[in-house]
Write a protein that binds this ligand. Structure first.
Ligand code: PLP
Length: 493
């Protein structure tokens, strides 16, 4: 028998065999420059505008086609410094107060670099990065007083964690067979309940889970924007009488608009009596457990069947770092585990360590999000994170008082946590223009929302770098721009 010799494969980088650098010394020097640039960026963030609109030339820079030829690393880094960094979203800056965004930390940034170097895939198998994620799950269990049998998982953000929670609740009601059969006739009768201040991703989760967003009932709120639990009970009774099947109640621990925390204890009691799944959307509020000032207001959160929250909001971990915790780990597993021959488990070797994280969510390939959260908690300590949470609530009260003291401003919702909604005493158009002008001038970056039919300037204080002087700059800007707007509108008349 004649054996055909195998073709010779390229061996060296210059033959294209590997993407590793050819000159490690040069690469190391460049890598240090890149690290220094990012450290400078964070250290000197106050000297920059909060946000800068992108000139057309910058946008155009990103329209070129896929590069076939190589570009030196230092050149691409230069492009990043010129075209990307100055036009980032602004949430590292202490003047950023829009939407619900954390400021990140240098610790988390460095952990991201380490995670990138390991290039770990946390879908499964037996390796130390998964033990880091398991330790994070254990810490979260401890935080909420959940039992050993509770399971947890890092995901992108709370929108995803809420979706996964709705899917676990679905399995709890329809059984594992529902995964094959679909929601069927019974699924069509299931109903979920949340306050009318709930985040929009809950309706979307109901839609994506196959129930339709119309299967979510919105419960009225009281004067403090908390779910009326008596109304919840009445709606459940009404739906049962109509032949429908209530199965899930979502409590909010920090609503997106005004930071209201539902009466979690009473909702938990209602769910227990009615045999309903109790999920908490604690996107940012759940980590209030770390703050002695906020934790008592979360009473009842430990009674939840599942909790969704983000480390990237009040936890200051860099994006993205969402988390889902489920009290009944078996239900969680039953909802997602999908055995396959190529994912066979063993007692020893790399395929050991079952169950794997991929058994608790839809992602098979998963990055090492846990590392930046683990570093953040270890390096700073949970108490320091809790202290920044407490301080952001104190800052919100300072802002609230300044607004109350200023006749040209109107407080639209009292600061329940760290969110303050107010407006310049003028119409919606004026307030929307004021917010845009503040952002474009790089002075401060609040966002807007609608409260009782009025457009509100919404300052959500999540950044651990924010100080009183940043709030003074916000109000000075609002007052000056508001006066200018009024003057201009009067001169047009
Ligand atoms: C109360 C609440 N729920 C859910 C979300 C969605 O979280 P994420 O943006 O991490 O998906 C947010 C975001 O601000 C929120 O405030």
């Amino acid at each position: 028998m004649t054996i055909t010799p195998l073709p010779r494969l390229a061996q060296t980088p210059s033959d294209g065999a590997s993407l590793d650098p050819q000159d490690w010394t040069q690469l190391r020097a460049q890598a240090h420059r890149m690290l220094d640039d990012m450290l400078d960026y964070v250290a000197q963030i106050r000297e920059r505008p909060v946000w800068a609109p992108m000139p057309q030339e910058v946008r155009d820079h990103f329209r070129a086609g896929i590069p076939a030829e190589p570009t030196p690393l230092q050149e691409v880094h230069r492009e990043f410094m010129e075209y990307v960094l100055p036009y980032a979203g602004g949430n590292v800056h202490p003047g950023f107060m829009g939407w619900v965004q954390g400021g990140g930390t240098v610790t988390g940034m460095l952990a991201e670099m380490l995670a990138g170097g390991l290039n770990a895939n946390l879908g499964g198998r037996d390796h130390a990065p998964i033990e880091v994620e398991r330790q994070m799950v254990a810490w979260v269990r401890q935080l909420f007083g959940f039992p050993e049998s509770a399971s947890g998982l890092f995901v992108t953000g709370t929108s995803m964690a809420n979706l996964l929670a709705v899917l676990v609740a679905r399995t709890s009601r329809l059984g594992k067979a529902g995964r094959h059969r679909g929601i069927g006739q019974l699924g069509g009768q299931l109903r979920a309940y949340a306050s009318n201040g709930v985040h929009g991703c809950i309706a979307q989760a109901m839609d994506l889970a196959g129930f339709g967003s119309g299967a979510l009932r919105l419960v009225p709120v009281d004067a403090a924007s908390r779910m009326e639990v008596a109304a919840l009970r009445a709606m459940i009774a009404h739906d049962r009488a109509a032949g429908l099947q209530p199965f899930l109640v979502i409590g909010s621990a920090g609503t997106v608009d005004v930071g209201a925390i539902d009466d979690l204890k009473s909702i938990a009691a209602a769910c227990q009596q009615e045999n309903l799944w109790f999920h908490v959307d604690g996107a940012y509020g759940a980590l209030g457990m770390l703050s002695p000032a906020v934790a008592p207001r979360l009473d009842g959160i430990g009674d939840a069947d599942s909790i969704a929250f983000d480390f990237h909001k009040w936890g200051q971990v860099p994006y993205d770092a969402g988390f889902l915790m489920v009290k009944d780990g078996d239900q969680h597993y039953e909802t997602f585990a999908s055995p396959a021959a190529y994912l066979r488990r063993e007692a020893r070797g790399m395929a050991a360590g079952s169950p794997w994280p991929c058994d608790f969510g839809p992602d098979l390939s998963r990055g090492f999000r846990a590392l930046k959260a683990w570093f953040t908690l270890k390096v700073h300590g949970a108490d320091a994170i809790g202290a920044t949470i407490t301080r952001s609530c104190e800052l919100a009260r300072y802002l609230e008082q300044r607004i109350r003291d200023e006749p040209a401003l109107e407080l639209l919702a009292p600061a329940q946590l760290n969110i303050v909604c107010f407006r310049y005493r003028a119409g919606d158009r004026a307030n929307a223009d004021i917010v845009t002008a503040l952002q474009e001038a790089g002075i401060a970056a609040p966002s807007t929302t609608m409260l009782d039919g009025k457009l509100a300037i919404r300052a959500a204080l999540f950044n651990h770098r924010t100080r009183q002087e940043d709030l003074d700059a916000l109000l000075d800007g609002v007052l000056r721009l508001g006066a200018e707007w009024t003057r201009k509108s009067l001169s047009v008349v």
